[in-house]
Design a protein around this ligand. Sequence first.
Ligand code: BYC
Length: 470
Amino acid sequence: MSGINYSEKIPNNVNLTTDRTLQRALEHWQPHFLEWWKGMGPTDFQGADVYLRTATSVDADGWATYGTVKMPDYRWGIFLADPQKDRTIGFGDSMGQPVWQQVPGEYRSTLRRLIVTQGDTEPASVEQQRLLGHTCPSLYDLRNLFQVNVEEGRHLWAMVYLLHAYFGRDGREEAEELLARHSGDADKPRILTTFNEPISDWLSFYCFTYFTDRDGKYQLKSLAESGFDPLSRTCRFMLTEEAHHMFVGETGIGRVVKRTLEVMKALGSDDPAKIRAAGAVDLPLLQKYLNFWCSSSLDLFGNEISSNSAANFANGLKGRPDESTYEDHVLRDKTFQLKTPQGDQAVPMLNALNEVMRESYLKDCEIGLKRWNRQIERAGHAFRLTLPATNFRRSIGAWMGLPVGPDGKMIAKEEYDKNLYHWIPSPEDKAFVHSLMKRVAEPGKMAGWVAPPERGINNLPVEYEYVKLH
Ligand code: BYC
């Protein structure tokens, strides 16, 4: 089961040949996907040879092989983690019952909505990043961008497989719609706001892969708990791919911090104007980017009080990340202390699960912050990077649209408006960051605003020509 069949048109480990109707339907969707990739994927690099990893098995050890591939020839396919024998539903009111191999009729539309929302983010991120290749800080980074992009494309395949295999005609229509909505499109935007934000510079790309891909990790972890077994198995395998995306974010920001500290040392100054004049990103500017992308990604968890999340949990559709680490898996008698603009409020735990997830997500976000701050501390500087308060700049939930600073304190609207560009990138800040974005495409060379990585990909040297541009 673990091995992937690459001899077929659509690589898969789900015995696709045994279901001709499904195979035909997916083979019909495949050229639409490729058209979308060529039209909306990375611009101008379709002929480049890229050093990419491809899944060969879904085993924990050695699932990836590395090789040089032109992106349109990447073998996108359908890979599910192996089934767990006698798996039972691990939470909610049906806890302990066998997991479902088919969609229960009563949960059909909810499951479809969850799968479509998840699926929508994957091509959205490819669209958001499509121009970044032109301003890559190095070939190493360019390769990482493309690795992330092809894997997001594969994550779309993962969700489209579920739609085609389990949701009949509605599912096939939704699969087409996933290619028809586009990031930032005025008429047909992507479903979730963050996926309509442009990512036109590499600092944003690092922040996106740090914060937004981490939301992906948490959402996928919660769907991996699902009682709908094919969804669980799909998400379990997607999580193994997701880890690299967050690595790109965490090491990317770490490399920016490292370079800035080198420039500060050389200048003997922490004056942002001098650091910018020397072509590096001052730490307060980095803080603004963290504030922007963290607050934007926090919205992706939905409302703090959500009857959807309560029903999804009670019905065994969507659990908490790492559900087995909790004691109570039913949560009918528990309450949660929620911070609201009207004061603290006790709400049924079931209705507060989006917030529970948001809290564990934020703890995970702290890990990188600690590492970056250690770098800053070691260099002898007092400055510390922080995460903004969860109620800062929220566009969804109880704090939506309220004038709250990154320290979590409510302030007068005028003061908020006046200070917003002290907290998130101003148009001038963005223009400065854009001015740094110049393509560096010689093997081993690095843009001046980011330090080289500590090591290359798959034990190759950093100087390796990871993308051959021709
Ligand atoms: N923007 O009860 P509520 C990733 C809607 S990232 C716009 O509060 P619920 C990736 C909501 O749909 C992970 N609308 O929320 C990362 C609902 O609408 P309906 C993506 C929003 O349902 C990087 C209404 O508001 N995965 O993989 O508990 C690169 C009330 O909703 C938003 C998923 O999201 C928003 N931010 O939870 C590539 C997992 N938030 O139904 C990929 C699947 C809420 O009343 N999705 N709404 O019309 C879900 O689990 C849930 O849909 C949400 C919301 C977590 C998004």
